[in-house]
Design a protein around this ligand. Sequence first.
Ligand SMILES: [Zn+2]
Length: 265
Amino acid sequence: MQVVALHEGVVVARSVKWQTTCTVLHDGDETFVVDSLVYQDELDALPGILAQAGWSLSGLLCTHGDFDHLLGRLAFPDAPLGVSETTAARLRAEPGDAQRHLRSFDEDDYVQRPRPLSLGQVQALPVPGRLELGGASELELVPADGHTQDGMAIWAPFAGVLCCGDYLSPVEIPWIQEQGSRDAYLATLERLRPYVEQATWVVPGHGTPLDPQRALAILREDVAYLEGLPDEANLPLARRDRRQREIHRENVQRGAPRGPGGDGP
Ligand SMILES: [Zn+2]
């Protein structure tokens, strides 16, 4: 795990697994933890990172419902968990799905956990919307779907930090999952663009935090890739290893582009 401070109130930890990122946002007397780390020792280190800074947790936030972003409760079992309304609907529609994915991941890697993942009651946040942070600041919640059918990006103006979820990754090409949609993905990239342009840092769901120039370059590559699907998409130079070619094949197999929201239930 790697931990970096981007601002006096922003710390980003990055998992060894998939470079999944977990961002701590602090202002005034409030602290939110966005997304999660993956391995248990990484999760176990989180309360210490907050304690060292003298910050107490107000709640967990999650950019979308894929299991590797949802593991914050394994570090903070009693914390409230806030997600977008679309993610809350997905979690309701797929009860136990995140837990099943985690169990099968843990079995493959012989990972042991002190307790099973319990999502309990999740709080559905209106998106677009705002969330107060420590009295003087606000977080802006921005719809971000297309990778999956659900999700939000989180803009923290007090620090100029954008937590964008599974978009703008330097290590993963745009991945259109089963319920995702190419058109919705492209619309999300355009929605994120003005935030990226004014950001100091962009924190993707996978990979190292990016300065805005690099994030905009990735945005351009990703738009070109998505517009080329299914037949004429070229993988970005820095993202064409074996795993990325597999994801690309999956994107192509999804066939003709689908409208916003995909064709799922
Ligand atoms: Zn992810």
